[in-house]
Every structure is written in C-alpha cells, then in structure tokens.
Write a protein that binds this ligand. Structure first.
Ligand code: BGC
Length: 557
C-alpha cells in the first residue's frame, strides 16, 4: 500500500459517529481552554490600573486629594478600548491564518504577537503613545487566540461534552479576570512604576505556558480534512479520541467528517481567496440555514453577549463603585464581582449539556434583565448605604446569571453553527464582532457614567436591562439547539428543521457517510486515501470517496 494509505470504515448509524470519551480527550481540551486566561487577564487588569493613584498621577499630573483626581474620560476610553480594537482586527485575520497554517500554529503565533505587545506596554512610562501601541499589538495577539481557541476546541471536543469544554474556556476567561484583579489589588498602593508594570509583566507567563503546551497538542483533524490530508487527520483523531488509528471509532468519525466536508464543498464551492470570504455571506437572509444567516447568527450572538452589559462591571466597576460615594473599598467590591464570575461559571458545565443552549440563554437573559432593572430602580430612588449594599448584591446575582449562561453559551454556539468550509472565517467574524461591540461599549460607557459627563450613575442599568430584554427575544427567535450533536449533525439539523424554535426536538437519523456513498448498509468499504491520491486533485477528500465507486484493488484492501 503506497504512502501508508488508510483503509477506511464508515457507519450509517448516527449514534456511532464518535468514540467514547477518554480522560486523555478531556485533558487535551482542558489544556487548550487555558487560552481563556489570556483573554480574561488582558481584559481584567486595565480597569483596576485606571483607578490606581500612581497611574492617575502619572497620566494627569494631579495629586491624590485634588479635585477630579481621575484620568480624563477620553484617555480612559482610549486606553481600554484600544485593546479591543486590536483584538477586533486580530480575530478577523485569524480565520485566514487558521485555514492556511492550521489552528495550532495560529494560536502559537498569537502568543508571540501578544508577548511583543506586553514588551511595549511594560516599557511605557508617562506618555500615552507606547502604552497605547503596546495594547493595540497585544490586542492583535489576543484576537488570534480568542477566535481560534474556540474553533480548535469545538473541532476536537467530543460532541457530548463540547458545550462543557467550551464553557471550560469561559471558565479560564473568568480565572484570568480574577487573577488580573488579584495582581492589581496587590500592586495598587505602590507609588512607583511597579504598580502597573507588575500586572502587565505577569502576562508573559500565560503566553509561555500556552505556546509551549500547544507544541505537544495535535492539529485539528477537521483542518487536516479541509486541507485534504486524510492520513494526518486519522492520526490526529486517534490522538484526540485516545483510540488506535485503525479503530472503527476513528474510521467512522473520520468518514463522517470527510463526507460532511465533501457534501458542504459541493454546496459551497471553494474558489479563490475572495470567493471563500464571499461564501460566508451566501444564501438568503430568510433561509435560517444559509451561510449568510449563520454568519449573522454568530456575529449577532457575540454582539448580544456584549449588550448584556457585563463588561461595564468588569472594565469600569471600580470607577462606578467609587462614583456611588458610600463604598470605602471599591477595589474589593470589584474583586468580589470577579470571584462571583469564577464561581458561577462551572454551573454551566452541567446545565449547558443537560438543558441545552437555547434554554440557558433564554432563562439567563431573563435573570439578568430582572437584576439590572432592580439595580436601576433602587439606585434611582435612593442612594442610601443600605440601597447601595442591595445594589451590589443584585450586581453579583446578575454576574452569576451571566457567568452560568451567556458567558459560556455565546462562545459554545459560535463554535458549533458553521459548516466546515466557512467555519474558521465564521468563528473569526463572530469573535471580531465580540471585540467590536466590546470596543463600542468601552468607548461609550466612561462618557455615560463619568461624573463630569453623563453622570448616569445607577440609571445606566436601565440601558443594560433593556438590552437584556432584546437578548430574550433574540434567543427565542434565532438560537438553535445543538446539544449532543456532532458538528456534522448540527448541519443536518439546520437543513431539516427549518426553524430554530423546532430544533430542540430534532434527533439524528442518518449519517453523511451513508448518504455520500461511503457505506453500503454499514459494510466495511475500502477507501484509499493519502499520498496515493493525485496531488493536483483540489478536493483531495472527494478523491477519497471516488474510490468507493471503484472496485477496490488488492492493494487498497
Ligand atoms: C466575554 C467578555 C467578558 C467575559 C467575562 C466573555 O465571555 O466575551 O467580554 O469580559 O466573558 O467573564
């Protein structure tokens, strides 16, 4: 058999398209979700630094106790939002890189770019230029990482725990935010550059750990299939499923991925660079399964996640709590909110697989809206000490709803809804939408709450509460139930259901492999794939199935 060709077996039984979950599969996914630490840490430290006396003095020339001892709103906006702006562009470009160089290499490159950004920020002093440039570059790296980790995790995680695994990524985001707050808390009273340089410097550690670990992790089997490297896909799948390459489980799953890829490629022919981008916007806006609708769903899902207003608390919480006037230690309150965020996220590991994506997003939005309106009404009516305490309690409950529903749920959904030909770009577009809205919100909110500008104080929660009401309607109308399905079955479900509202009741009844002729009623079929396939065949995978129609040669069997 030349070139180490693979003899493939495929199944027509939809329940057999994946191997049982092993501890190794868990371990690989859990390690990859470590990328969330970057995301969280990098978004978490800025808010605290903005309220540090040394940092304020450095950037304003004012002394503690002076009137309006705070960084002007425009500078706060710029320093905070420039990271999200860099991340927006990073995430957007990451899809191209991930399709071309692979998911792993893209994430490792993201770590390198991110480290460069950290060097620039650490080197900065009183001037804005270097600091802002460093945050922009670091943002680029975070963009790569935040988009492609989701893609990678969704592509390697076993279907029954995919939601929980991607929620693990969100858990790491929350730990990152908490770590940032702890480091900021410990350095906030320093009256030297260590106050802000320590929180920035710590980030190198995350880059080193993630990049070194990823060297040992396999590339996504689905990427190999997309690139036509079926032998490599089989090896990678065997590692992530902890089964030998020639086990029926690996062969069945691989056949299913190949058949789905082939099916999707027939529907969405892969042309040149621009055509492959254009493919993300193909189809009718009225057709719920069209690529255009999936791209709108992914990008709007991330927009809605930002509309919940959670980053108002994480970015400007310290400044907001200070503005309420009665809180003696606003840093501590911010620390508590991030702790609530961390502790509530694991609830989703179970609920997302037990109740499904639609249910937790729907009820989560209701819970958040109620808490936000309570905060808004109580804070508008009175600003007494006891009302402020009650507000803080409801802010914590609100964070807890976010952390167990929309925080992980929005990422889980975007990792699952795109077909393989447009998956990398679709996830990248969705992640960049997250960062775009993140930027918009971080630019606008200082103006809404700053005492010298809008000074909305608690009334700002009317805005977030109303936006959460939009999330309720949005989930009901547009979010698909993808729990327990392979990524290939999600495709089929969208085709057959017609409406997200009916999706929860759908169950898989056939495999792509059987429909694409890769099986004959479950019989073992010899498919020779790998180097024996003509190198100039564009769809290497299509070549793989062509062998099915041909009589198997002695060599192939
Ligand atoms: C969001 C971030 C947010 C974080 C809070 C993520 O899912 O995308 O914007 O800061 O959750 O935990």
């Amino acid at each position: 058999m030349p070139g180490g060709a693979v003899v493939m077996h495929a199944t027509s039984n939809p329940d057999r398209v994946e191997a049982p979950i092993t501890a190794k599969a868990y371990f690989l996914c859990v390690f990859a979700s470590f990328g969330g630490i970057f995301f969280g840490y990098d978004t978490g430290w800025m808010g605290g630094v903005l309220a540090m006396p040394y940092f304020i003095e450095l950037h304003t020339g004012l002394k503690p106790g002076d009137a309006n001892f705070e960084i002007p709103a425009w500078k706060q906006s710029l320093m905070t939002s420039i990271l999200s702006a860099g991340t927006f562009f990073g995430a957007l470009m990451a899809g191209d890189f991930a399709d071309y160089f692979g998911r792993r290499i893209t994430i490792i490159s993201g770590c390198a770019v991110f480290s460069l950004g950290c060097v620039l920020q650490t080197a900065s002093s009183s001037g804005l230029g270097l600091f802002v440039a460093g945050r922009l570059v670091a943002g680029f790296g975070v963009g790569f990482i935040s988009a492609i980790i989701i893609l990678y995790l969704s592509e390697i995680a076993p279907r029954k725990v995919r939601g929980a695994i991607v929620s693990g990524y969100q858990f790491c985001i929350t730990i990152g935010i908490l770590l940032a707050n702890c480091v900021v808390y410990s350095s906030k009273d320093r009256m030297d550059t260590g106050s802000y340089r320590i929180p920035i410097g710590v980030q190198f550690l995350w880059a080193i750990i993630l990049a070194s670990g990823l060297f040992f992790l396999p590339e996504s089997p689905r990427w190999y299939v997309k690139r036509g490297r079926v032998d490599a896909a089989a090896r990678s799948l065997s590692i992530v499923r902890g089964q030998p390459t020639d086990s029926d489980f690996v062969q069945d799953e691989l056949a299913e991925i190949i058949a789905n890829h082939e099916y999707e490629t027939e529907l969405i022919p892969q042309g040149n660079y621009f055509e492959s981008w254009f493919a993300c916007f193909r189809g009718s806006v009225f057709n719920p399964q069209s690529n255009l609708r999936r791209t709108i769903l992914g990008t709007s899902m991330q927009m809605m996640q930002q509309w919940t207003g959670v980053n108002f608390i994480f970015y400007f919480g310290t400044v907001f709590f200070t503005s309420l006037g009665t809180i003696s230690n606003p840093f501590l309150i911010s620390l508590i909110t991030t702790l609530v965020n961390v502790c509530s996220t694991p609830i989703s590991f179970w609920t997302i697989e037990r109740f499904g994506r639609r249910a937790i997003l729907f009820w989560g939005a209701i819970g958040m809206a109620v808490c936000e309106f309570i905060c808004a009404i109580s804070g508008t009516v009175s600003q007494s000490d006891s009302v402020v305490k009650a507000q803080i309690a409801f802010i914590c409950i609100y964070i807890s709803f976010f952390a167990s529903t929309w925080g992980p749920g929005a990422w889980v959904v975007v990792g699952e809804i795109f077909p393989i030909p447009i998956r990398a770009r679709g996830v990248a577009l969705s992640a960049s939408s997250n960062w775009l809205w993140n930027t918009i919100i971080t630019v606008i909110t200082p103006y809404l709450v700053s005492p010298t500008k809008g000074d909305l104080k608690s009334k700002v929660f009317f805005l977030w509460g109303s936006l959460c009401c939009c999330c309720i309607v949005y989930t009901y109308l547009f979010v698909w139930e993808t729990k327990g399905l392979t990524l290939e079955q999600v495709d089929r479900m969208m085709e057959e259901c017609g409406s997200p509202r009916r999706s929860a009741g759908w169950t898989p009844h056939a495999t792509f492999a059987s429909e694409m002729g890769l099986t004959a009623d479950g019989a073992h079929l010899p498919i020779k794939v790998g180097s024996a396939v003509a190198p100039d065949e564009k769809a290497h995978i299509a070549a793989g199935t062509k062998h099915v129609g041909q009589a198997a040669t002695q060599e192939e069997v």
